[in-house]
Design a protein around this ligand. Structure first.
Ligand code: NAP
Length: 465
C-alpha cells in the first residue's frame, strides 16, 4: 500500500512538473515574462527530481542512494557556480556543455539497460538503442562544439572524402545497433561497446569540420537531439516526466534551429556540410573608405535629431555597454528625440541575446522592435546608431548576389539619413566578410570600445544642449 501511494504521488508530481515545463516555456516566449518562465521550468525540474528521489528511496540500495545524492550534490554545485560565473558572451558554450551532459545522461541510461540485459521487450530495446545513438552523438558532438567556441580547438579538421568516412562510421554504428536490437539477450555482446564507440566517434567526426561561425546552430540542433534522446529513454524507464520534458525540448530545439537557420538564410544541410564562415573569410568585395567622426560631432548630430534607431550587436555585449546605451537613450528622449531599439533575430551570439542585455539594463519593451516591425522605419530615421553590430546590418545581404550572406534578412540601417557605427576598428563580423554599410556616403565611424564610445556620446549630447 505504502509503495503504491508513493508511486501515485510520484506520477502526480510528474504531471505537475510537466505542466510547469510547458507553462514555463510559454512564458519564455516573451521578454516580459521570460525570467519567471525560467523559474517555473526550474521549479518543474525540482519537483521531478524530488519525486524521483522519493521513489529511489523506496527502491535503491544504500550504496546506490549515496551515489545518487553525491551525483546531485556535485552536479548541482558545479551548475550553480558555473551558472553564476559565466559571462553573457560565453553563454553559447555553456549551453553546449549542458546539452552534451543531457545527451550523455540519456546514453548512459541506455548503456545500463543494455549491459544489464534486463530489457527484452523489442520495442523498449529499440527505443533504448535509438535514444543511446542520438544521445551519444549529441554528447560527443556538443563537447567538440564547446571546445570550438571556448577556443580550445581553433582549426576545423577537413580532408578529402570526409563525408564518405562519416557515412561509413554511421553505417557501421547502425549495423552494431541492429545487432544489439536483434539479439535475444544483448547483455554480453561486444556489439554494445562497439555501438557506443561508433556513436561517440560519429559525434566528433560530424562536428570537427563545421566552422565556428555555424556552431550556435549546431548547438541548437544538438539541443533538439538531446531532448529526443531523453524522450526515448523516458519510454524505456516508463518515466512520464522524461518523456514530456524530452519531447518539449526536442520540439523547442527543432523550432529554434529552424529559426536560426532561417535568420541566417541557410538550410540545415548547408550549415552541416558547407563549411560556411571559414571559406568566406575576407570576402564581400567591398570597395571605398570608411570615414571617421569625433564623438563631439556625433553627439551634436544626435541631439538635434528627431528620430534615432539604435542597432545593438555582438560588440555591445562584449563591451557590456547596455547600461551606458540606455543612459544615452534616456538623455536623448529627454531632449525630445524619438528613440527606438532594433533587434535582429541573430544579433549577438545566441537567439534573444540582445533582448536579454537590454532588459537587464532596464530598457522598456515598448521601445524595442524586431526586424519586421522596424525595418520600414529606418527611412524616416535621422540617425541609425549601430553599436558593435556588423553582419546584421550588411546591405550586401540584400543587394549583392555574390556575397556569402546574400539573402540573409538584415536591418535596413543603410536607409537612414545618417548612420553612425561604433566599433573598435576595421574588424569583420562573425561571418568574416566586409560590410558595405561602413563605406556609404552617409555613414560615419566612431572608433572605440562600445562602452567608452557611448560614454563619450553621452558627454557630447549633454554638451550640445
Ligand atoms: P558581428 O557581425 O559578429 O559583428 C560584431 C562587431 O562588433 C565586429 O565587427 C567588431 O568589430 C565589433 N566589436 C567587437 N568588440 C567590440 C567592442 N568591445 N566594442 C565595440 N565594437 C566591438 O555581430 P552582429 O551584427 O551582432 O551579428 C551576429 C552574427 O552572429 C551574425 O553573423 C549571425 O549570423 C551570427 N550568429 C548569431 C546567432 C544568434 O543566435 N544570435 C547564432 C549564430 C550565428 P571590431 O573588431 O572592429 O570592433
Amino acid at each position: 500500500m505504502a509503495s503504491f501511494s508513493i508511486e501515485t504521488l510520484t506520477q502526480l508530481s510528474y504531471l505537475a512538473a510537466a505542466a510547469l515545463f510547458i507553462l514555463g516555456l510559454k512564458r519564455m516566449s516573451s521578454p516580459v515574462t521570460a525570467v519567471s518562465g525560467v523559474r517555473w521550468a526550474g521549479l518543474g525540474m525540482l519537483v521531478a527530481t524530488l519525486a524521483t528521489l522519493a521513489l529511489i528511496f523506496t527502491r535503491a540500495s544504500q550504496f546506490n542512494l549515496i551515489l545518487v545524492i553525491a551525483a546531485i550534490g556535485v552536479g548541482g554545485a558545479l551548475a550553480w557556480v558555473s551558472g553564476k560565473r559565466v559571462a553573457m558572451t560565453n553563454m553559447p558554450q555553456m549551453i553546449a556543455l549542458y546539452n552534451g551532459m543531457g545527451g550523455g545522461a540519456a546514453a548512459a541510461i541506455a548503456a545500463v539497460e543494455l549491459y544489464r540485459g534486463s530489457e527484452t521487450n523489442l520495442v523498449h530495446l529499440t527505443m533504448a538503442t535509438v535514444g543511446a545513438f542520438i544521445g551519444a552523438v549529441s554528447f560527443s558532438g556538443s563537447l567538440i562544439a564547446f571546445a570550438k567556441l571556448q577556443g580550445l580547438i581553433t582549426k576545423s579538421v577537413r580532408f578529402g572524402g570526409q563525408k564518405f568516412v562519416n557515412l561509413a562510421i554511421l553505417l557501421v554504428t547502425l549495423a552494431f545497433g541492429f545487432m544489439v536490437v536483434s539479439a535475444t539477450n544483448p547483455s554480453g555482446l561486444p556489439a554494445i561497446s562497439l555501438f557506443f564507440a561508433g556513436a561517440l566517434i560519429l559525434g566528433v567526426a560530424m562536428t570537427l569540420p563545421i566552422g565556428g561561425a555555424d556552431m550556435p546552430v549546431v548547438i541548437s540542433l544538438y539541443n533538439a537531439l538531446t531532448g529526443l534522446a531523453v524522450g526515448f529513454e523516458g519510454f524505456v524507464l516508463d518515466n512520464a516526466a522524461m518523456i514530456i520534458a524530452g519531447t518539449v525540448v526536442g520540439a523547442a530545439g527543432t523550432l529554434l534551429t529552424q529559426l536560426m537557420a532561417k535568420a541566417m538564410n541557410r538550410s540545415l544541410g548547408n550549415v552541416l556540410f558547407a563549411n560556411f564562415g571559414e571559406t568566406s573569410s575576407g570576402g564581400g568585395g567591398v570597395t571605398g573608405t570608411q570615414k571617421a567622426i569625433e564623438a563631439s560631432d556625433a553627439g551634436v548630430m544626435m541631439a538635434y535629431s528627431q528620430k534615432i534607431i539604435i542597432v545593438p550587436g555582438y560588440g555591445l555585449a562584449v563591451a557590456q555597454a547596455q547600461h551606458k546605451v540606455w543612459e544615452l537613450a534616456q538623455l536623448l528622449i529627454d531632449h525630445g528625440v524619438k528613440v527606438r531599439f532594433a533587434i535582429h533575430p541573430v544579433a549577438g551570439r545566441m537567439p534573444g541575446h540582445m533582448n536579454v542585455l537590454l532588459a537587464e539594463a532596464g530598457v522598456p519593451y515598448d521601445l524595442i522592435s524586431d526586424l519586421d516591425e522596424i525595418n520600414a522605419e529606418f527611412e524616416t530615421a535621422d540617425v541609425a546608431l549601430v553599436i558593435g553590430a556588423n553582419d546584421v546590418v550588411n546591405p550586401d545581404a540584400r543587394a549583392n548576389r555574390s556575397s556569402p550572406i546574400y539573402g540573409m534578412p538584415i536591418l535596413n540601417a543603410d536607409k537612414a539619413k545618417n548612420v553612425i557605427v561604433i566599433k573598435r576598428g576595421q574588424g569583420q563580423g562573425f561571418s568574416g566578410i566586409d560590410n558595405a554599410l561602413f563605406v556609404l556616403d552617409q555613414t560615419r565611424m566612431l572608433y572605440g570600445d562600445a562602452q567608452a564610445a557611448v560614454g563619450q556620446l553621452i558627454q557630447a549630447v549633454k554638451a550640445a544642449g
